[in-house]
Design a protein around this ligand. Sequence first.
Ligand SMILES: Cc1ncc(COP(=O)(O)O)c(C=O)c1O
Length: 443
Amino acid sequence: MPETTKYVLTEAEMPAHWVNVLPSLKEPMDPPLHPATMKPLTPDDLAPIFPMGLIEQEMSMQPEIDIPGEVIDILKLWRPTPLYRARRLEQALDTPAHIYYKYEGVSPAGSHKPNTAVAQAYYNKKAGIRRLATETGAGQWGSALALATRLFGLECTVYMVKVSYHQKPYRRLMINTWGGEIYPSPSDRTQSGRAILEQDPDSPGSLGIAISEAVEDAATHPDTNYSLGSVLNHVCLHQTVIGLEAKKQMALAGEEPDVVIGCFGGGSNFAGIALPYLLDRFNGSPVRLLAAEPEACPSLTRGRFDYDYGDTAGLTPLLKMYTLGHKFVPPRIHAGGLRYHGAAPLCSHLLRHGWLEAKAFPQLAVFDAALQFAQTEGIIPAPESAHAIRAAVDEALAAREEGRKRVILFNLSGHGHFDMSAYENYLAGKLENFGYQPVDEEG
Ligand SMILES: Cc1ncc(COP(=O)(O)O)c(C=O)c1O
């Protein structure tokens, strides 16, 4: 029989619900706290910047949440996404491992981000909101939200981390093409941005700073809400379509993964592929769930598990998470979407209790793996996604050492077509590794 490379599902096989792991958790999660009162957050506290539909999902105890028909209709533009068996990569690595990857780069914006952007735009539209404000790192999230808001007739304002704004001009133009407006952050449009610029006019920006600007924009305009591309429970929830589809596709391949891998910025694509498998782990499956993060911004592997702000200015609720400190400004690595000081509270909680593993990788080793992947499988990965490739390759090499089969599933969260300046630097031998420089907490 000819060997299968691509496992595809029909539109009718798309998940009809998101899977919510909150009611199945074995240990209780610490609640988010109100920054002024330090009391657990109530739904009303979030109402000034989020619609009630999303606030309910943030705290929901329903194990499955129906995906609205209008959201499914849009997701169908690119979903279900394909699952590939990376046979050529396996061959190049001379490994007994079987490597599978779920490819989210087929969405119009080129990553997994539209999965939640569409849902968020839908609930905001239903709540009568006119405009959404958001931050973006490499531009993947900003472009995803610009697309989704356009499809629902909403306006979109994006604060893009300044270093990426200049490194990635085409992402910025995608946002404009879909009708969004975009500003390099820190900007002089907000109090938070101006405060940073006063201290450091050359600040490269960070996701934490851009979040402060977008939250402030939303909080000061009644017709505007804030939209976050990662970290929060409802975002992780919307991404579970990835893992739900992957499970059906792995069944078509007749295999169960030994390890499930995702790169980790705020945690949403990792959660998307891993959370449906977490439920198997709760039921006794030995499947390992592995998050791959950059050494330059190692929140999971070197952060402390503590309450911290989600943004730099301290405008957001306090979240219990692995954090490098909300004042941490990560080095200018090319994986802009992984330059975040914190980590999804849900993923942090699961890591804390031993349900997940995390590993950090240096930039050069990540690009070595990206090149090997591009030259065997063809797809040029986003620098963020290449962290998952590095982790998958290391798992495959470990299987070779052991001389034993290992089934590896990873999420290829996006393509790198707008990240070619990173590849240019790599190919010219100019890419460097950045170590982790802890922030001076007193400073
Ligand atoms: C392609 C891609 N992968 C991963 C990430 C990291 O985000 P998260 O950890 O929320 O998936 C980003 C963020 O911008 C991204 O653009």
